[in-house]
Design a protein around this ligand. Structure first.
Ligand SMILES: Cc1ncc(COP(=O)(O)O)c(C=O)c1O
Ligand SMILES: [Zn+2]
Length: 444
């Protein structure tokens, strides 16, 4: 492998500089000086080069457009499936709704992670960058505890990088999630017990065989990958949104956006954090509750460490089922700094969100993305949006990984025996029906 003169890792806890991933992996992904596990990647580059990449008029192929500001040394190790080069769509139907019912003039856009060619979720950029960095560093084995989209993206990209991936899932994991990981020929360990148990067995597996385990929501490979979202919004929109809405589980998204904004420092852009509105499904809301409590008490000393933890949270969106959000202190501090908030969305209405979006835009969203869209309506209800806001809804996933959810959307079917029972079909009659449901949910 070439010498790394491109970047180093900077320990957030003690300020030590770690030369690169070779040393980071050799020290079991910990700072050799203080044992800290949260590091920032700093590039030995003139950051004005980043401005050129953002201001380009050329076609952007994939996340590696930002190679100079990603922690890979040799381009030949890049693995990619056009992930990260996805559009930001304008959603005027949401703008009209905000105007009509809340008298707000806002712009609403959606970031189309469903169009990522890897596995169709916003974990694909993380999969591509992590697989490439591991490949470059000669890593042959890796493991992760997850039932969600990150395991699926890793399974896909690591297979291509020739890396063995062991995925540890809790006993009650859905068959479809199990099947997806299996299809890439990666290892699936169904652990007797809950998610915490799956994490424990994964950690034991990592220790037993000396195999690297995913560093979770602050993992520098994941954070660096996902920070490119910020560069893409700037490239496509010419500015950053003033409000960012995302379904949150562990919070890699907001953590990575903050890193992306930090990388823009001094380049002449308005790089303030958008107001983070983080959405959780009603069955798993520890961050929402922790933040609401802190806010009500005026953010007393140590509020970041006071949040509820749930064993086996009961939510219909398993990928958002982080019942013990160890990253709350980091994520909630970012939300506060940004002037944002946390909101919950009632899960019984997920299919209504997906129906409406698909009717109005033909975009087919998955359940976690439906939580996110629900967060837009919650934000309006809670008065979190202001005139002039530029709202970006990060659609984290398409419907492809959730066939059962797609089935819950069925609503136009009529069972007939002959044409006598068939009224002439008129698509437009669904529009008032779908919107009436929204108006009913929000008492409008
Ligand atoms: C589609 C989707 N949305 C949202 C999330 C939450 O992401 P995070 O909390 O890591 O930012 C995930 C993964 O956990 C996801 O797959
Ligand atoms: Zn340190």
């Amino acid at each position: 492998m070439m010498n790394n003169t491109k970047f180093h890792l900077h320990c957030r806890k003690c300020g030590a500089d770690i030369p690169g991933f070779k040393e980071w992996f050799a020290n079991n992904q910990k700072c050799p000086h203080c044992g800290g596990t949260y590091v920032d990647v700093k590039y030995h580059r003139d950051y004005s080069e980043l401005k050129k990449l953002i201001d380009t008029k050329e076609h952007v192929e994939n996340v590696w457009h930002y190679f100079d500001f990603l922690p890979l040394i040799d381009k030949k190790n890049e693995i990619s499936h056009t992930e990260g080069a996805i559009p930001v769509d304008r959603w005027e139907f949401m703008e009209k709704f905000a105007k009509k019912y809340y008298n707000l003039d806002i712009t609403v856009r959606a970031y189309r992670n469903d169009l990522n060619q890897g596995t169709g979720t916003f974990k694909d950029v993380a999969g591509a960058v992590t697989a490439s960095v591991l490949k470059e560093n000669g890593v042959k084995d890796y493991c992760v505890a997850s039932t969600g989209n990150i395991a699926n993206a890793f399974a896909h990209y690591f297979a291509e990088a020739g890396i063995n991936l062991g995925v540890f899932v809790p006993e009650d994991t859905l068959k479809i999630n199990e099947a997806e990981i299996n299809t890439y020929g990666q290892g699936l360990f169904r652990v007797k017990g809950d998610y915490a148990m799956a994490k424990k067995v994964a950690a034991d597996y990592s220790a037993k065989y000396g195999i690297l385990i995913s560093g979770g929501n602050t993992d520098p490979m994941r954070v660096e990958a996902k920070k490119t979202m910020v560069f893409e919004w700037l490239r496509q929109m010419g500015k950053l949104p003033s409000v960012y809405i995302q379904a949150v589980s562990g919070g890699t998204g907001p953590i990575a956006i903050a890193k992306g904004c930090a990388d823009l420092e001094g380049l002449g852009y308005d790089n303030r954090l958008p107001r983070f509105i983080m959405v959780q499904p009603s069955g798993c809301t520890p961050m929402v509750e922790g933040y609401a409590k802190a806010k009500a008490a005026g953010f007393p000393e140590g509020w970041q460490n006071d949040y509820p933890c749930y064993e086996n949270p009961k939510t219909s969106v398993p990928i958002l089922a982080t019942g013990k959000p160890g990253t709350f202190p980091i994520v909630a501090s970012l939300v506060k700094e940004s002037g944002g908030d946390f909101v919950a969305f009632d899960e019984q209405y997920l299919a209504d969100m997906a129906k409406l979006v698909a009717y109005e835009t033909t975009v087919r969203i998955g359940p976690a993305a439906a939580v996110c869209v629900g967060g837009f309506f919650e934000s309006l209800k809670n008065g979190l949006l202001k005139n002039g806001d530029d709202v970006l809804i990060n659609l984290g996933e398409g419907s492809r990984r959730a066939p059962a959810f797609v089935e819950s959307i069925i609503y136009t079917t009529k069972h007939v025996a002959s044409v006598d029972e068939c009224e002439k079909f008129d698509r437009s009659k669904f529009e008032p029906m779908l919107w009436d449901k929204i108006l009913k949910i929000y008492n409008l």
